[in-house]
Design a protein. Structure first.
Length: 324
């Protein structure tokens, strides 16, 4: 089949949407499909495609509506992001819900996400867990620090400075250092990160890193914090699991849907005191930290490219033949 894959993130972007689109294109091409990745809807590309995959219901709403008008017999798959599920279907329902309704198949990126899809559409849901490559060669951690990484762009949904605020509560003897990688989505966030660095000796903002540098940061860290207030299913969690890296995560569906509902490294959203307690335990309780690593390592097989490719193929098949 010839597939048109639309993403709101432009070529060269290091955003999660672009990374997902390019990874999916590669996996689907390996499965024998021809894939065109595009940012804008092009009538010529659309006319030559057999199926549309649109990432982000709200941002792709015009493209999906146009596809349906111009070629109603051809199927469309819509991948729902965290902002689709946890923001736009409530704040922009007149734009987001019709896009979801028009989809023959809805892809979600964590196991609990179907609960957050309107009940009438839950039968169209396919779960596709994002994959990650195996970890690079081990890197020796810094001997004088207990480094904890935070990976994600600085924007409201990520609650990006929560780990830094938690680190302020640690005792003077703690060796914890919070290393944050990600681009600031606004100058306000950039200023906030720079202020935090100036005031908090435990915090370093590294800015946006390329993939190699990000993987090196993860490999040299003792744990990772994912502090988001909403997530559709963060790929950095997949990467942590493939690396057996302990994760300290906010207690939201997008994290529980990847790590498990009883995962012991969860803390209440926006609660830096609770996160500080987890950080202190990670630093001082080697057995507990090892138990988190064992859990994430045990989940690694869920996040292989082979599994993701098979789930994508199933979603496409169900879009073509919903009752098949």
């Amino acid at each position: 089949m010839k597939l048109l894959l639309l993403t709101p993130a432009p070529e060269g972007s290091l955003s999660g949407n672009r990374a997902t689109a390019e990874r999916w294109a590669g996996l689907l091409e390996q499965a024998g499909h021809r894939v065109v990745v595009a940012t804008d809807y092009d009538p010529g590309q659309a006319a030559g495609a057999d199926l549309l995959i649109a990432l982000h219901a709200w941002r792709s709403r015009e493209a999906v509506a146009r596809w349906r008008r111009e070629q109603p017999a051809k199927p469309v798959v819509v991948a729902l992001t965290g902002t689709d599920l946890y923001r736009y279907q409530f704040t922009e329902p007149e734009q987001t819900l019709p896009t979801m309704e028009q989809a023959d198949r809805l892809i979600v990126l964590h196991r609990l996400a179907a609960r957050d899809v309107p009940h009438r559409l839950q039968g169209r849901v396919s779960v596709v867990l994002q994959s990650a490559e195996p970890p690079d060669a081990p890197v020796s951690p810094a001997p004088d620090h207990f480094d904890v990484c935070v990976i994600g762009h600085l924007r409201d949904e990520k609650d990006p400075l929560r780990a830094a605020l938690a680190a302020r509560q640690l005792p003077p003897a703690s060796a914890i250092r919070v290393l944050q990688a990600g681009r600031a989505h606004s100058e306000d966030w950039a200023r906030a990160a720079r202020r935090e660095m100036a005031d908090n000796p435990r915090y370093q903002w590294l800015g946006e890193l390329d993939r190699s540098a990000t993987r090196h940061l993860m490999a040299s860290s003792r744990a990772m914090v994912i502090s988001s207030i909403m997530e559709g299913g963060a790929n950095v969690v997949s990467e942590a699991c493939r690396a057996g890296l302990p994760v300290l995560a906010s207690d939201i569906p997008g994290n529980r849907g990847l790590l498990g509902e009883q995962y012991p490294g969860l803390y209440h959203v926006r609660d830096e005191t609770a996160l500080a307690q987890l950080l202190a335990r990670a630093e001082n309780d080697a057995d507990w930290l090892a138990s988190l690593a064992a859990i994430t390592e045990g989940l690694a097989e869920d996040f292989t490219p082979r599994r993701e490719q098979a789930a994508l193929e199933e979603a496409i098949s169900r879009a073509i033949s919903p009752s098949g």
